[in-house]
Every structure is written in C-alpha cells, then in structure tokens.
Design a binder for this molecule. Structure first.
Ligand SMILES: [Zn+2]
Length: 459
C-alpha cells in the first residue's frame, strides 16, 4: 500500500503499553502498525529514541471568551497554533450562552467564530447553560443527538450561578439522552462573604483573591453535587478540581459507586498560595478560580491522578496580559480578570514534572491527557494510537533540556506562570489528522485545517 506518512522506530505509547513500532498513515487515519513498515510513503519521520504518543486533548479552554467588554486574548487562530506547538491536537472549548440566546445559537455562534478566525486543529464545544427556562432544557436532547453532549454550569459568578432546580433537570435530561453535566464547583456564598469582609478591611491585593476562595468552598459544592448526582442516579464531571478536601469527597463518593468524575489542571499541581505573594502585583498572574492552593493539595492531586480518582488533565486556558488586562485590578483583586495561559505548556509540564520525575508513568500521562478525555467526552476517533483512529500523533523527545520562557512560546499573551522552570522533554513533531502541523517548536500547519468534531458518549 502506498502511504502518505510513516513514523518509524519510535517508542509507541498507549494507556496500557509502550512498544517499538512503525506507524503507517494514509489520509487522516492510522492504517498500519507493525514492527517494520517498508511500504512506499510520501514522507517518513524517524522517531528513534523518541516517544510516539497520541495528540493531547485539552478538554477545557476559553478561546476568545467574552469578558468585561473584551475577550480572553488568545483567539481561535493564535490559541490553536500555540496548542499545536505544544502537542495538543484537539480542544473542547467552553462556550457560555449569552443573554437571550438558545444553546443551539450559542454553538453556531462559536463555530462561526472559530472558522472565521481560523482553527489549526480539531475542536468541539461544551455549551455553558446560563438561561434557565424550560426551553433551554428542552433543547438538550437534540444537541446530544447532533454531537454536543456535554454542558457546563457554574455554582458561582452571579447571574450564571445555577439553581439546584435547574441542576436536577440537567442531571435528569442528560441521563435520559446520554449527556454529561460539567460543573465549576465552589460555594458562592462563602466567597461573597469573604469578599465583603476584605472590602471592609481594605485588603484587596491579589493574595486576598486566593483567601476569598478557601478549599472549604470547593468541598461544600462538591459534596452537594455528589448528593444531587446520587439522588438523580445520574453522572457528573467536576472541572478544575483544586483541593485535597474536594478530592477526598470525590474519592469517597467514587468508592461508594457514585458516577462522579473530575479533572485537574497543571496550575493546581505546580502553583501555590505563595505565588500570590510575589511583589509588584505579580500575584495577579495567578488569579483564577478556584485558586492554586498548598503543597499538600498538589501532592493529593498527583496521587489522585496516579490512582485514577482524577480522570483528566485540562488547562482552563484563559489568558489575559499581565501588563494590560490584569492591571485593571491593581486596586482591587475582584477586578483582576480570572484566568491564566496554559494551552501550550500542559504536556511539557506534565512530562517534565510527572514522568521524568517518576510521579506518573508515560502510560499514565497518555491515559489522563489523551485517552480518558476522548472516552469521557465521546471523541471516538481520537485519544489513542490504534488502527482506524485519526492520525493525531506527537513525536516527543524525552531528553531535551531547556528553560520555560514566554519568548519560546506562541500563546498571544505576555507571560507564562512557569517562567524560568527547567524542563525535560519537548514535542518534536505534532501531527493532526495525518498532517504535520508543528515541527521543532514552530507551527507549520494551516489555520483552515481544524474541523468541528461531533461527539457521542458511549458509556
Ligand atoms: Zn474554565
């Protein structure tokens, strides 16, 4: 058979195995895996000494997200270029329903934005439910049928805050039609109470953002969500889990048979409350909700990832420039836009601090960054190296040594929270659907290449 691309001599990694093999690609698909492929091919990549792993699926991003009259500063074009350079081959972006908009309209609006701006890799959408009428619930079966099966709600953020009544209806309709509810879990009353207290005391620096979001607020919301999920005999996915307390509640519920899943993000493994104390307002760089916490929380989350209580790593990529948008909160942490960049750096951080340092195996890494996100969110053609899957592949150099710096990255923002961190390993080639889209840290793809992926949950 004449092939388009062969990746030779690499150490192929799946969630269960690591083995040396050649991979043959024709069109957009993996068509052959063998000890040796000697078919003719348009192009051959020698991956000797390198890992050959599935492309990362980042199931939590906010590209071009409307915020205070502006947008998060990576749009679809710049964000997906950066993603490709970091070994990411699919993103699932959050798309909050605007006032007066149906969920269908929200999805169509964001798809149009993506194709208008340009999108370098495949993408899908989780609509955020913020309009509470029955008509919104009634839209859900049709969306699920048409490949949009996951829906986000918030237990915080004022007008977006979901009522228990709506949550119960969402748990019911997603259970009946094969969908999934994703939740941002923090108790808003605790946060508002502390905001008021700090306002009165005049302590409005970035550290007090962290102090106004204590882990107890996460724990309270997580436990409520567990109870409601149990009561409805449904299932639920908690986004960006940050605390040991929250994780303990989830572990307990999972061992009791509750179908509750959770993701965490690199920022909760690598950053802590100490970062908020950095001088010259630099703590603003880490303002996000929930905030990074303490060392013991980081350790608990690593253990949770290793043993499968935490299912996935995603980034919650939502960048704002330190020297611009973040400065809006110079005098009040509540005005600092929430979010940080991460779409490009997640694989490098997880390999360097996770695999190279022995906290997780390379197979664990593939499970939590590729295979589990594909399974949980219904991307059947992605997330593993197997015949018939999309040829979304990263050739990863495990030995490269370099220092993290915003100068070497492609995200459209003026800082990385990980500046100066020594890193082991680097993506050498990123392949999206059979086509090389990034090589040696530079984008070589096409911003018309990304397609909208319809998803179906088969569990
Ligand atoms: Zn988010």
């Amino acid at each position: 058979m004449r092939l388009d691309l062969v990746v030779k001599n690499g150490k192929v990694v799946t969630e269960s195995d690591t083995f040396t093999a050649d991979i043959g690609i024709k069109g957009k698909k993996i068509v052959k895996i063998a000890q040796e492929i000697d078919d003719d091919a348009e192009e051959t990549i020698d991956a000797k000494g390198k890992y050959v792993m599935p492309g990362v699926i980042d199931a939590h991003t906010h590209l071009h997200m409307p915020f205070m009259g502006s947008h998060s500063v990576d749009n679809y074009k710049t964000g997906t270029i950066a993603a490709a350079c970091g070994g990411v081959t699919s993103v699932i972006d959050y798309d909050v329903q605007q006032e007066g908009e149906t969920l269908h309209e929200a999805v169509e609006r964001k798809k149009k934005t993506a194709f208008d701006q340009g999108v370098a890799i495949d993408f899908s959408l989780h609509p955020g439910v913020t309009q509470w009428g029955q008509e919104t619930i009634d839209e859900i079966p049709d969306l699920i049928k048409n490949g949009v099966p996951s829906f986000k709600v918030f237990t915080v953020y004022g007008a977006w805050q979901v009522k228990n009544e709506t949550l119960l209806k969402l748990l019911d309709v997603t259970k009946r039609y094969g969908g999934l509810v994703n939740v941002h879990a923090e108790n808003d009353d605790i946060i508002q109470m502390l905001n008021k207290k700090f306002e009165e005391e005049g302590t409005l620096d970035p550290l007090h953002h962290a102090l106004s979001h204590p882990p107890e607020a996460e724990k309270e919301a997580v436990e409520r969500l567990i109870n409601l999920t149990n009561y409805m005999d449904s299932r639920l996915y908690i986004v960006h889990l940050s605390s040991k307390m929250g994780l303990e509640a989830i572990k307990h519920a999972q061992t009791q048979g509750t179908n509750i899943m959770c993701e965490t993000c690199p920022q909760y493994l690598f950053l802590s409350t100490d970062n908020f104390k950095e001088p010259n307002f630099e703590g603003a760089k880490y303002v996000m909700s929930p905030p990074p916490r303490e060392k013991e929380d980081q350790e608990a989350l690593w253990t949770g990832l290793k043993f499968g209580f935490v299912k996935t790593i995603a980034t919650d990529h939502c960048p704002f420039n330190f020297n611009k948008e973040k400065q809006n909160g110079k005098d009040d942490y509540k005005k600092i836009p929430n979010g940080a960049p991460g779409i490009e750096t997640s694989l490098m951080l997880m390999y360097s601090e996770g695999v190279a340092k022995g906290r997780i195996t390379i197979n664990d890494l593939v499970r939590i960054m590729c295979t589990n996100p594909a399974k949980i969110f219904g991307m059947q053609d992605k997330g593993s190296i197997a015949i018939g899957k999309d040829a979304d592949i990263v050739v990863y150099d495990p030995d490269a040594k370099w220092t993290m710096s915003i100068d070497k990255l492609h995200m459209n923002v003026d800082y990385t929270p990980y500046e100066g961190m020594p890193i082991t390993g680097k993506p050498e080639v990123t392949i999206s659907k059979g086509r090389v889209v990034a090589r040696d840290g530079e984008f070589v793809g096409d911003t018309k290449w990304g397609e909208f992926v319809k998803r179906h949950l088969d569990y």
